[in-house]
Ligand binder design. Structure first.
Ligand code: NDP
Length: 488
């Protein structure tokens, strides 16, 4: 098998790095060997990006003209949607209904930022004299977009579309575990006629390709989604370069069930919050706070429903729980179940490798619910990034809010209650970038997303997400014709 080429400066070619393998988490069969970029390839991609941005063919385009490329890319993703969803299912192991949703989200993202190009203007600022003053927006320069393995295509679209809409070139470094969808996006951008050099996709490891991109002086911003440890390392390099960085990092989000909640809705929301995507989600509702008055009843039903979740091949439309991304990751998740027991927790269900026929070769893991722990245990503090929910009873609202906020993370929060005043109070008191009331994992490209505390800095999506790829220039324009007072 020849490695798949990477996309550098508008050309498909074999990179100078060591090729890497990408495997199907369902059975660990080899999907593809992919060529990777070394530091010389990175430097070349940055030069191509700089040239492409300086070329009048791109530099002189007005925003509504740039939008045409985004619209074309969206239409091509839509044309290939089913093929892309199937490929992502194979590369990443998410059930097919989830990968279809991620492809749909990528289409919406390109369309949203295309539309934003049509309407986003600069500002005339209030003059304090006889002059015109304004703030105009310009692209930042070549952007490095570094993405994780859990939501390919949606993560890449969320960075590529606004970066291009703002007039930048962008170089994508997808996760070494899931490089295929980013390469597919490059093919579609190429077919859409995007000028060469504006997009490069460079698979490789974080240690080589990712680090080289972040450190390269020609990269003017890094937009990163991934773990907090990596985010911090990137932030340090960015500080030295005085380069803006946006970091979408980990989470340990509270999903709160109050005694007055619609329990049927809340159970569905809690299940979906922690177990969709096999819990491999930054916003997983992994700390499940339940009012003590309903705790036993709620937990008994939650366990029953968890045990009924359908684990299986992600190609099957009935599957709810697919495999984890890799055997290494499964071992890490299983290690947390063991840790929970050592910490005094009770495993109420799951937490083991299933013995179902046909799943032996994959990375499957039974969704687990654990109680008997406190919010201060490591199992309740550290991001597991797998299908493991910790159940925590609470007594009153103050106690709840103190516990919910007692975390280094601040990404998301769910609240289930019939009392709108309580919902509002808790929503405002919880330290999180996103709060869902009587729903969970609801998303819109028109609403900003990002984390507080160690869950990150900066916001993606929405118009704020587009501005994040621009810098402001202030222009003053004298209207009086009078010489400056100092010269008189
Ligand atoms: P990692 O932080 O390990 O990796 C993310 C990306 O960074 C990968 O492409 C990785 O490369 C690359 N990378 C690793 N080291 C460096 C480095 N020194 N310099 C530059 N790039 C580097 O995270 P995972 O891929 O394991 O993803 C899971 C994490 O992502 C979880 O913590 C999760 O919470 C977080 N996440 C956050 C989201 C959010 O929006 N807040 C959304 C989704 C996930 P490599 O290919 O070698 O892995």
């Amino acid at each position: 098998m020849h490695p798949l080429p990477l996309y550098l400066g508008g050309e498909w070619r074999i990179g100078r790095g060591a090729p890497l393998e990408t495997r199907n988490p369902h059975d660990n069969s080899l999907l593809a060997e992919v060529s990777t970029a070394d530091t010389a390839d990175v430097a070349e991609a940055v030069s191509c990006a700089e040239r492409a941005m300086a070329d009048p063919a791109w530099r002189n385009l007005l925003p509504h003209q740039r939008a045409l490329y985004l619209q074309r890319i969206a239409a091509l993703i839509e044309r290939d949607a089913e093929r892309l969803a199937q490929l992502q299912r194979q590369d990443n192991g998410k059930p097919i209904h989830e990968t279809r949703a991620l492809v749909a989200s990528a289409i919406g993202t390109f369309r949203y930022f295309a539309a934003a190009c049509e309407t986003l203007g600069g500002e005339i600022t209030p003059p304090r004299g006889d002059y015109l003053s304004m703030s105009v927006y310009e692209p930042l320069g070549p952007i490095a977009a570094i993405t994780p393995w859990n939501s390919p295509i949606a993560s890449e679209a969320q960075k590529i579309a606004p970066a291009l809409a703002a007039g930048n070139a962008v170089i994508v470094k997808p996760s070494e575990l899931t490089p295929l969808l980013a390469l597919e996006l490059a093919k579609l951008a190429d077919e859409a006629g995007l000028p060469k050099g504006l997009l490069s996709v460079l698979p490789g490891t974080g240690a080589i390709t990712g680090a080289a991109l972040v450190a390269h002086p020609g990269i003017r911003k890094v937009t990163f989604t991934g773990g907090t440890v990596t985010g911090r390392a990137i932030g340090r390099v960015a500080a030295d370069k005085l380069m803006p960085v946006s970091l979408e990092l980990g989470g340990k989000s509270p999903n709160i069930v109050c005694a007055d909640a619609d329990l049927a809705q809340a159970i569905n929301g809690v299940l979906f919050g922690i177990f969709s995507s096999q819990g491999q989600s930054c916003i997983a509702g992994s700390r499940i706070f339940v009012a003590r008055a309903i705790y036993d009843r709620f937990v008994a039903e939650l366990v029953r429903r968890t045990e009924a979740l359908r684990i299986g091949n992600p190609a099957d439309t009935a599957t709810q729980i697919g495999p984890l991304i890799s055997r290494d990751h499964r071992a890490k998740v299983q290690g947390y179940v063991k840790l929970a027991q050592e910490e005094g927790g009770r495993i109420l269900c799951g937490g083991a490798v299933p013995d179902d026929a046909g799943l032996e070769a994959g990375n499957y893991f039974q969704p687990a619910l654990i109680d008997g722990l406190t919010n201060s245990c490591r199992t309740a503090r550290e991001e597991i990034f797998g299908p493991v929910g910790v159940l925590l009873p609470f007594d009153d609202e103050d106690d709840l809010i103190a516990q919910a906020n007692d975390s280094v993370y601040g990404l998301a929060c769910g609240i289930w209650t019939a009392d709108y005043r309580r919902a509002w109070r808790i929503a405002r008191a919880v330290d999180a970038g996103t709060v869902w009331i009587n729903t969970y994992k609801l998303f819109s490209i028109a609403t900003p997303f990002g984390g507080n505390k160690e869950s990150g800095m900066g916001r993606e999506k929405a118009l704020d997400g587009l501005r994040a790829y621009m810098r402001q220039k202030s222009v003053y324009w004298d209207l009086s014709g009078r010489p400056l007072p100092w010269a008189n």
